[in-house]
Design a protein around this ligand. Sequence first.
Ligand code: MRU
Length: 345
Amino acid sequence: MNTDSRNESHDSLRAVQWRGDHLRLLDQRKLPFDEQWLDRHTAGEVALAIRDLVVRGAPAIGIAAAWGVVLAAQRGDGLDAAVATLRAARPTAVNLMWALDRMRARIDAGADAAVLAREAQAIQDEDLAANRAMGAMGAALIAPGSGVLTHCNTGSLATAGFGTALGVIRAGYASGKIARVFADETRPWLQGARLTMWELQRDGVPATLIADSAASHLMKSGQVQWVIVGADRIAVNGDTANKIGTYQLAIAARHHGVKFMVVAPSTTVDLATPSGEAIAIELRNPDELLGYAGQRTVAEGAQAWNPVFDVTPHDLIDVLVTERGVITRPDAAALGAMFGNQGKR
Ligand code: MRU
């Protein structure tokens, strides 16, 4: 079996599916025990699905938003309002804004619904191709027999397919580079426990769950050589916003001599954001921390603070992998050289 076909056999899931006149989404709030698909027929419904985390993960929400614009065009709904509603669904992942800007450019050029549908399909197809390319490049950096730790869910559920950090893990496992995969729970929404563990198990990649608070202890034990994560927005200087808890993993990794890899398509690089300071961090409802699955777990009257992303300073990142190539020790000079001419936003 060559590496490509082995990769295929570890990549069976497509969570965002266009059905000609509606968008079908695998409801990620219900996984892993309930595989429920929801059909969304308007841009407003897609925006709500993004806000409520039916669909989540930076590339996936960009793709879903692009299809939301197509739905508005097909129905003759106002495109300006549709784009504005979709853009406001979540603040941190720049892939959402990037995809809408790309659709906006087509609208401004006079595109009809059919042309917009081709553009949305191109965004989705390009993401899958980028993930496969990043998977190969990232895996090539890893010594055979290594252990890795990942955070949140960056797999097929979070992208057009294959995944970013999880794509590197898929490719690394298929090629024998990765011998051990650890996933942390990713409280409070449990993307790691509920989604990554399910996705890896389903695709035949053995993984071990740890509590978020076990990460430093795991690194100290010598079982992992790399922490591999995705990104929601990468500033021009390489500072990287990702799921809350990523920053503390990067600090712990540096302390223990474990390498830290960020894997993200170029659509996550935001040339309009000079550094992490300027990245809007989404604050979600404290109820996500104060209870679980509708059941209160904290004393009545208690308060909670629930930022759902943090920013890892670029000097804690050893390697940034995008489909355009690998940057070691990412900084403004290196990102400028690779992305300076991409003419975005
Ligand atoms: O709140 P989420 O689940 O949308 O957050 C997702 C993440 O932080 C991912 O790590 C990131 O979007 C990269 S997904 C390829």
